[in-house]
Design a binder for this molecule. Structure first.
Ligand SMILES: [Zn+2]
Length: 142
């Protein structure tokens, strides 16, 4: 639905400016299902949080990147331009720590902003990835 090949996905992408006035990084995001509109709304909502939260979202490790999930044949949500990674400095990823012991530094206030706009959080997965959010409104129970 977001595009069946890399060029197909690219046709559906637009630029979203991440956290205007705080970051300003241009991100390529899918327009299908209004993912771009929801991500802009996430920026507006995050900007309303207290200053102490800004360090988690000031930087982003990016959105669109046509690639398979490491060790699999499956395309990552980043391949469709429907996922974003926030500041890697405060992130934990299961593959970085072979002990598989769950760790997280991302505050729930930040997670809730994304969830309210239809993005699921990689910090809730067994193979945790706390910097990762992807647009999957069908998986969120309201
Ligand atoms: Zn990611």
């Amino acid at each position: 639905m977001y595009g069946s090949s890399e060029s197909g996905v690219r046709k559906n992408l637009t630029t979203v400016t991440w956290m205007p006035g705080i970051s300003g990084t241009p991100l390529m995001v899918n327009t299908v299902n209004e993912v771009d509109i929801q991500l802009r709304a996430v920026c507006d909502d995050l900007a309303k949080l207290d200053n102490e939260f800004m360090k988690y979202v000031k930087r982003t490790a990016g959105t669109f990147n046509y690639r398979v999930i490491a060790g699999t044949q499956r395309l990552s949500a980043h391949s469709y331009g429907i996922a974003i990674d926030i500041n890697t400095e405060y992130s934990d990823y299961w593959q970085w720590d072979k002990s598989m012991k769950y760790k997280n530094k991302i505050p729930m206030e930040v997670v809730e902003v994304f969830e309210n706009r239809g993005f699921i959080w990689g910090g809730k997965w067994y193979h945790y990835d706390t910097m990762h959010f992807e647009y999957r409104p069908e998986l969120l129970v309201k």
